[in-house]
Design a protein around this ligand. Structure first.
Ligand SMILES: NC(=O)N[C@@H](O)C(=O)O
Ligand code: NI
Length: 167
């Protein structure tokens, strides 16, 4: 019997130990373009050791809930940012580090208008769209080495759709 984790709506507060949530929240830091555009300035921590930032496109196969989470990974040398090129909900899973392996994961539903940036070294599940197209712009490290540590879970988790946002 798999251990069950229920998703929560993504919030910057809940995600803060793992990374940044990119979204329009509150007043813009600056109005630009003759006041016709709000700039939400410098909202993610990019971090690339011995390398540079690159932008790639991921075309990922959509998955479905309930989802079996059996692999987590992390990038010791860089942050990784996923910006959807669609307006669909998608699943993001993260976990704290527990002595060099993932601890108990958390699962979030990323909503339209949100993007996520995993901090360097954050345990996460692989990119998990829930609808087609699974298209994302990805800003992460271009450099030498694999920059990838994978951890196959001995006992997978079953990720189920949780409740809506709280009151
Ligand atoms: N390996 C790779 O480029 N993708 C993963 O890092 C991922 O987070 O999906
Ligand atoms: Ni990754």
């Amino acid at each position: 019997m798999s251990r069950v984790i229920r998703t929560a709506p993504l919030s910057a507060t809940a995600f803060a130990p793992f990374g940044d949530v990119l979204e329009v929240a509150g007043a813009p830091d600056k109005l630009i373009n003759a006041g016709l555009c709000g700039r939400y300035h410098d909202r993610a921590r990019l971090d690339f050791a011995d390398g540079r930032a690159g932008i790639s496109i991921f075309d990922a196969v959509p998955r479905a809930l309930p989802y079996t989470l059996d692999l987590l990974e992390r990038h010791p040398d860089g942050s990784q940012c996923f910006v959807p090129m669609h307006g669909n909900d998608w699943l993001v899973t993260v976990a704290p580090d527990a002595g060099g392996a993932p601890g108990t994961p958390l699962a979030f539903i990323v909503g339209a208008g949100q993007a996520v940036n995993f901090h360097r070294g954050t345990w996460h599940g692989v990119l998990t769209p829930l609808h087609a197209p699974g298209l994302f712009a990805v800003i992460d490290r271009i450099g030498d080495g694999a920059n990838l540590q994978e951890h196959r879970l001995e006992a997978p988790y079953r990720i189920e759709l949780g409740g809506a946002a709280g009151p």
